[in-house]
Design a protein around this ligand. Sequence first.
Ligand code: SAH
Ligand code: SF4
Ligand code: F3S
Length: 480
Amino acid sequence: MNMMNPDISLSSEIPETEPERQYYYIEKAKTYVAKLSEELGRRPTFCVTTFGCQMNARDSEKLVGILERIGYTEEAAEEKADFVIYNTCTVRENANMRVYGRLGQLNRVKKKNPHMMIGLCGCMMQEPKVVEKLRKSYRFVDLIFGTHNIYKFAELIVTCFESKRMVIDIWKDTDRIVEDLPSERKFSFKSGVNIMFGCNNFCSYCIVPYVRGRERSRDPRAIIREIERLVADGVVEVMLLGQNVNSYGKTLEEPMTFAELLQEIEKIEGLKRIRFMTSHPKDLSDELIEVMKNSKKICRHLHLPMQSGSTEILKKMNRRYTKEQYLELVTKIREAMPDISLTTDIIVGFPGETEEDFLETLDVVQKVRYDSAFTFIYSKRTGTPAATMENQIPQDVIKDRFDRLLEEVQNISAEVCSVHTGKIMTALVESINDHDASLVTGRLNNNLLVHFPGDETLIGKLVDVKLDECKGFYYIGTQV
Ligand code: SAH
Ligand code: SF4
Ligand code: F3S
């Protein structure tokens, strides 16, 4: 079946196989949306808000793809939209609080706009306690679904139109991967591409393995086919997505390494840049370093989450590397690629973290000298092993360490980023500058941004730019 133009009739039986079944529901949903459109006297609108990581961002593109296919148009102002969707994250407590806060506001809007539909999905919905709370205290929500059945979105929308009650569909886990459903990219020239789903690492602080399920890799042929289609549609840069891309392919029927996958993707004509995230240090192979070093398309950037510099804490975190192993890995990467940009994630205040442990983290920061680092205050996630560990650290101690870490990280990153001043580098132009419309914003190979004079005709193009001045975390430049 040609999925771009599927031949589906509503008078035939509902298909049992996927994605055919969803294309059937897309047709069915179109009839309901058309009816709604007649009642409103205009096309109904949607607004999808994404919380969390790039995985969620990519999932949201799939939601938008379905919504546009069935006849909705996008509305940037949430309070005006007929269908509001929150694609949620639950990696830290404050992510959940933001969703509850915004739902409260949305309830007031919905009282004035009774036909508004509200849908909630994403990682937070995979937590039974959350769904219980929503079911009891947030009765105005129309649709709740999780991360494993997102491909059923069209079918769930139809259920919503046909039933006036709250529709809830959450799966515990799945080994299923449904390919070839519509999606609508946020950027015409770049795209995220899932290469795997789920996570098997069970870092002791992390909720992701519980809400995203077991690790499963996509078939390499499906990945290549998707990227070829994207390139034919104008994409020049892809970001390969997985919680631990370095373990790609282990569960495939014909196992394949991540480095081998990268070599296949490199061959795709017309594709200019390849990025990926995230790399777990314990699985980063020599083969990958070699492939990156020799590649013309893989960007010189590695996001290599350290989490903590203390071997003791790393053990309690179940990260399965020591401080020394991490530093050795960095040395090996830098020897192969001296110009590589390294970024990281760090958690402060993990249970049992002493001042000495914290100083080990600062030591790694000073030794590695990251281009940038995301620093997080440890957040207790119920259901993870760390939540019940003894010696939870008082907030004032954490805050003090966090501030010291942040200062160090920022000082170093300002120094590290400025080393390219005066060089000419290639930037992929992403947008008109937010603050000054005479400038465009481009992303360098090493993930830094450069702002320079230009107009919208440059968007999506790779251009050479002279980096005139470093402003801490970005450059001001001129096209050459
Ligand atoms: N798979 C990626 C990380 C995904 S979550 C990896 O292993 O690197 C993104 C980041 O959120 C993590 O790297 C970690 O630094 C942070 N994080 C996860 N759980 C957290 C928690 N309970 N408290 C604070 N930060 C957390
Ligand atoms: Fe969480 Fe660890 Fe998996 Fe990353 S590798 S998603 S931090 S459990
Ligand atoms: Fe958040 Fe889920 Fe990503 S918990 S960080 S959106 S995988």
